[in-house]
Design a protein around this ligand. Structure first.
Ligand code: PPY
Length: 349
């Protein structure tokens, strides 16, 4: 744990043990240099406190990169609530209220929204005590709602830029695209890809989701254990992080990786493994900014949903092209190229 904390380059970590539930609340504030730290609240069981901490620290840094690349005046942070697996709905709601009070106490230094394991309905509960520092509440409660649709639209357009780079045209018709995880973002991405006449493969671990997505014409199911060996044009990870690693990268049979999951690379060096294999990587923190951008823009800058989608699309297309150009010009990985843009902006130059 000590090594983990020492190696982190962020500003502050707030840790609270929630006695009534046994949950750990970790709020990692990576940078407030460009503005108050924004980042979702991730709520799930973790095998160890250290694993929860590692997730919070890495995700918070990604939020700094995400907002810096999108040129938004926000810093990066993330909250992880490591919960016991058997939390009752009542205990969970009470925990969210106590968490909201903590957010409120921080006075706006950290502002949150939905992430893995939390919904807009959860944001409504957190906002009871945490307002006005809670984004992505339900539309009925006056929030911008779910961030999934805007994230999916951003990824779709990012995949267009990837196709332009690989094939000389951004058209998706006939391209074979494998989506890992058909949840809030992946499920919508699959539908958008089909509307663009791509040929879609998908994988998921949830039986009900699999049944539902399989019904969509032109979409076929790939068992989770076959995902990394499946030939396709583009692999779109839309589930959890760390899936691009020393074990999976040598197996990939795709031309590019472009998906919404946060922290797809297990280690920074894995970007180099992808590059050596000639696989074009759309850095996660560039291509997945859509949700955060749309929700923050709608709630703080008065964007309509249509305006948000235009901002998301244009920003991701522009930043991805710039990333690919910079990587080619400097002969570095696309992840290093995007990181260097983000770090320059974070250092105030
Ligand atoms: C993410 O993009 O990973 C987020 O955490 C989303 C987010 C961030 C800040 C406010 C609302 C949603």
């Amino acid at each position: 744990m000590e090594a983990l904390l020492k190696a982190w380059d962020g500003e502050r970590i707030i840790i609270e043990f929630d006695w009534p539930t046994g949950a750990w609340i970790i709020i990692a504030i990576h940078s407030t240099r460009r503005g108050p730290a924004g980042g979702g609240t991730r709520m799930k069981p973790y095998s160890t406190m250290e694993a929860a901490m590692a997730d919070a620290l890495e995700l918070a840094r990604s939020m700094s990169y995400k907002f810096a690349c999108a040129d938004m005046s926000r810093g990066g942070g993330k909250a992880v609530i490591a919960v016991p697996p058997d939390l009752t709905p009542q205990a969970r709601a009470d925990l969210l209220r106590r968490y909201g009070a903590l957010i409120h106490q921080l006075g706006g230094m950290f502002q949150t929204g939905p992430d893995v394991g939390t919904s807009s309905a959860d944001m409504d509960i957190i906002a009871e005590s945490g307002a006005p520092y809670v984004f992505g509440r339900t539309v009925q409660a006056g929030g911008a709602g779910d961030s999934g649709p805007a994230t999916a639209i951003g990824v779709l357009h990012g995949i267009g830029v990837v196709c332009q780079q690989l094939f000389g045209t951004s058209a998706l018709a006939g391209r074979r695209i494998l989506v890992q995880g058909a949840g809030s973002v992946g499920g919508r991405l699959i539908r958008l890809l089909r509307e663009a006449n791509a040929s879609v493969l998908f994988s998921d671990v949830d039986e009900a989701t699999i049944r539902q997505i399989r019904e969509i014409p032109g979409v076929s199911f790939v068992p989770p254990e076959e995902v990394y060996d499946m030939p396709c044009d583009i692999f779109a990870p839309c589930a959890l992080g760390g899936i691009l690693n020393q074990e999976t990268i040598p197996r990939l049979k795709c031309r590019a990786v472009a998906g919404s999951a946060n922290n797809q690379l297990a280690r920074p060096e894995d970007a180099e493994l992808l590059r050596k294999r000639g696989i074009l990587y759309a850095p996660d923190f560039v291509i997945n900014v859509g949700g955060a951008m749309a929700i923050v823009g709608m709630e703080t800058m008065g964007w309509s949903e249509a305006e948000a989608n235009t901002h998301v699309t244009q920003n991701i297309e522009h930043m991805l092209r710039q990333t690919f150009d910079l990587a080619a010009a400097r002969n570095i990985s696309t992840a290093d190229a995007a990181r260097s843009v983000a770090e320059t902006r974070l250092s105030g130059h």
